[in-house]
Design a protein around this ligand. Structure first.
Ligand code: FPP
Length: 254
């Protein structure tokens, strides 16, 4: 269901873009690599953490806009397994921001009828982070609108390893010798049951996948924008969708 009210001031750039967007052909699932927070801060001679905090404003706007557009799924890459290599103070700040997001944004998420979920090795996060995230997941469980997936302590390779181990265990338990199928592997990923992303957006101009949703993006359209994540606004999301709708998806066919 679309609720486009309040998404654009009459006569604005956003209104112009909204007119071009075909609501019947929206991507079902958009995944975002939110990159460029550090550079955004550096350009303003601010500490890197200021960039992450500013990035929260973009998160709020993109979540709200995606829910109003009627997307089925939005997946945001918030913290990778590799991000533990960053300075301790930055990691601590990122974890605090996530807690703040799960606590403070919960009301907005509820009002938007959004279902919240974490993908990644969440069991390895600090207990205080796990507790707050679990509360957010539990309290939005029955919402029927968009699914918001936050990738946390996430790695696409680790996800494939975890899925393979789950399959191996089941096979031993059931003395199963059938070859493994794509459906079986898909069904053991963190994203089991969720449609693959139609559109993958990466901000800050880097042409990399960075270990994100390696299996699921097999046929995703990739959109890279030079905009740094803290500057990414509704207009930028609309531009990505307009570009997506111009593409001719062939899935390997003609
Ligand atoms: C990449 O920018 C961004 C991250 C590693 C963290 C993203 C986190 C947020 C936007 C805030 C919290 C998110 C949620 C969902 C509550 P970078 O630091 O690698 O930037 P750089 O490449 O310019 O250094």
């Amino acid at each position: 269901m679309h609720d486009l009210e309040g998404l654009a001031e009459p006569g604005s750039v956003e209104a112009g873009l909204l007119k071009v967007i075909e609501t019947a052909k929206l991507p079902k699932h958009i995944a975002v690599i939110m990159d460029g927070n550090g550079r955004w801060a550096g350009l303003r001679s601010l500490p890197r953490v200021a960039g992450h905090r500013a990035g929260m404003v973009s998160v709020r706007e993109v979540v709200e806009t995606s829910a109003k557009l009627g997307l089925e799924v939005l997946t945001l890459y918030a913290f990778s397994v590799e991000n533990w290599k960053r300075p301790r103070a930055e990691v601590r700040m990122l974890m605090n921001l996530l807690k703040e997001f799960a606590r403070r944004e919960l009301r907005n998420i509820q009002e938007s009828n959004v279902r919240f979920r974490v993908i990644g090795r969440a069991q390895e996060l600090q207990p205080s982070v796990q507790r707050i995230l679990t509360q957010a997941v539990e309290s939005t469980r029955d919402n029927s609108g968009m699914l918001l997936q936050i990738a946390l302590n996430y790695s696409g390779r680790a996800e494939l390893v975890d899925a393979t181990n789950r399959i191996l265990l089941e096979r031993v338990r059931n003395a199963d010798k059938h070859p493994i199928t794509e459906e079986q592997l898909s069904g053991c990923l963190y994203t089991a049951g969720v449609p693959d992303p139609d559109l993958l957006i990466r901000t800050s101009g880097e042409m990399r996948i960075s270990n994100f949703l390696l299996w699921q993006i097999a046929y995703s359209e990739i959109y890279v924008t030079p905009t740094l994540w803290p500057d990414f606004r509704r207009k930028d999301l609309f531009e990505a969708i307009v570009e997506f709708q111009r593409r001719n998806r062939r899935y390997g066919g003609l």
